[in-house]
Design a protein around this ligand. Structure first.
Ligand code: URP
Ligand code: ZN
Ligand code: ZN
Ligand code: ZN
Length: 461
């Protein structure tokens, strides 16, 4: 299986240059000008287009059992939607129930993920603590290619990790050469604010952001950063949505602390006016945590991405259809939290980032694949176009336009948070593990073609 991508501008995080890319099997075997290809090679003409590393979405939840239901995209439909949008690798989450053995949850998620059409790898959540968790973290790192652990500081009475668990798990992560990550929101504050709102009779989706103001997120971000500082661990903060959390990261980094931040495509371009809609279905469809914020926060997130204090863009892809969201009719605390985006992230970040001059094409590559590959130890297998890297490539037409809509998306859930947004800059071809899986609207995702990507532990500090 040989594919040659001819005549494009190859964009890596460090530079952009004219050249051809030759793929053989699942790898890139040559990069250079005027490459020869065997007669039977698939030829992709990339004239006038950019040729970039396939996107890595470091935060998705396919088929997630959550809040009494299961998210609508499974590992096949979710990864397939990603391929259609130029994303060739997802990082999903194994989330054990409190008291569930980590290895049991690990086996369940690995089973569900077998049908993935694109490559996948897992962060494992630490939702509780005892000696078995300590031991299983070791097994996961040493034997199963896990090098990141997730901690939910929110979702009290469910998957929330208390401070004791955070400290023990961060320490254990350091010992193993794994990186701790956090969903930063003060779960106790969220819970108390939710109860107050319900008591006042404010029960609709508009109450959701009122129960999770920026300060609630910033408190947890500061706490996680402080814990990491005391223990000497790095920390990665998922879905940073507000200026105050970004300030915490910026402060810590200025003092030399190794803190990383992730921005979601949704948080970058959608504001909190969606919760004021009189259409309760519409407002509910936007319920995710942290919630969408006011425009001043969006500006801060873009500045963070450009200035280097935010490192990755993700989606937190976790779709629920209207019927699922309706479980929270009359009680916003029961609306399954989550929104989509795995299919749209690359185009949304290009359109709102590169077309506006906020990001250069190389910076775009950095925040859509390279940084995630480096932070989570998949580089240079992923996140770069170079000899020896996986043949995960997106051919990008900077002039092509598309209007994003639930009517034309591949993802399930029947809703699109980017509905009606016209983007300029779209994938024309996606090559995943050397196979042309998407060509100008034609998706040829194959169930089970995706591979689990082992991520070795980091060398001891
Ligand atoms: O609302 C969200 N983000 N749902 C998915 C779970 C999480 O918090 O990441
Ligand atoms: Zn073609
Ligand atoms: Zn989260
Ligand atoms: Zn999430």
């Amino acid at each position: 299986m040989t594919t040659i991508i001819r005549g494009g501008t190859i964009v890596n995080a460090d530079r952009a240059f004219r050249g051809d890319v030759l793929c053989y099997g699942d790898s890139i075997v040559a990069v250079g000008e005027n490459l020869e290809a065997p007669v039977n090679a698939t030829v992709i003409d990339a004239g006038g287009q950019y040729v970039m590393p396939g996107g890595i979405d470091p935060h998705t939840h396919m088929q997630l059992p959550f809040m009494g239901t299961v998210s609508a995209d499974d590992f096949f439909t979710g990864t397939a939607a990603g391929l259609a949008g130029g994303t060739t690798t997802i990082m999903d989450f194994v989330i054990p129930d409190p008291k569930q053995p980590l290895m049991e949850a690990w086996r369940a998620w690995r089973g569900w993920a077998k049908k993935s059409a694109g490559d996948y790898t897992f962060h494992v959540a630490v939702t509780w603590w005892d000696d078995s968790v300590h031991a299983d973290m070791g097994t996961l790192v040493r034997e199963h290619g896990v090098n990141s652990f997730k901690h939910f500081m929110a979702y009290k009475n469910a998957i929330m990790a208390d401070d004791g668990t955070l400290v023990k798990s961060f320490r254990r992560s350091l010992e193993l050469g794994a990186i701790p990550t956090v969903h930063a929101e003060n779960g106790e504050l969220v819970y108390q604010l939710q109860q107050e709102l319900l008591q006042k009779g404010i029960t609709g989706a508009r109450a959701h952001p009122l129960s999770r103001p920026p300060e609630v997120e910033a408190e947890a971000a500061n706490r996680a950063i402080a814990i990491a500082n005391v223990l000497g661990t790095p920390v990665y903060i998922v879905h940073v949505s507000c200026a105050e959390s970004l300030e915490a990261i910026t402060r810590a980094r200025a003092k030399g602390q190794r803190v990383y931040g992730e921005a979601l495509a949704g948080h970058l371009v959608i504001d909190d006016s969606v919760y004021a809609s009189a259409d309760e279905d519409f407002a509910r469809a936007h319920v995710m945590s942290p919630p969408f914020r006011s425009p001043r926060h969006q500006l801060a997130l873009w500045q963070g991405l450009r200035g280097g204090n935010l490192h990755t863009t993700a989606t937190d892809h976790c779709t629920f259809c209207a019927e699922q969201k309706a479980a929270g009719a009359g009680d916003f605390t029961r609306i399954p939290n989550g929104c989509g985006g795995v299919e749209e992230r690359m185009a949304v970040v290009w359109d709102a980032g590169v077309n506006t001059g906020t990001l250069t094409p190389s910076e775009f590559v950095r925040v859509t694949s390279t940084n995630a590959a480096q932070i989570f130890n998949m580089y240079p297998r992923k996140g770069v176009i170079a000899v020896g890297a996986d043949a995960d490539i997106v051919v990008w037409d900077p002039h092509g336009t598309r209007t994003l809509s639930s009517r034309t998306q591949f993802a399930k859930g029947g809703f699109n948070v980017f509905e009606g947004r016209t983007v300029r800059g779209i994938p024309t071809h996606t090559v995943a593990a050397g196979k042309l899986v998407f060509e100008r609207g034609d998706l040829r995702a194959q169930e089970g073609a995706g591979r689990h990507i082992d991520r070795p532990a980091f060398a001891p500090l």
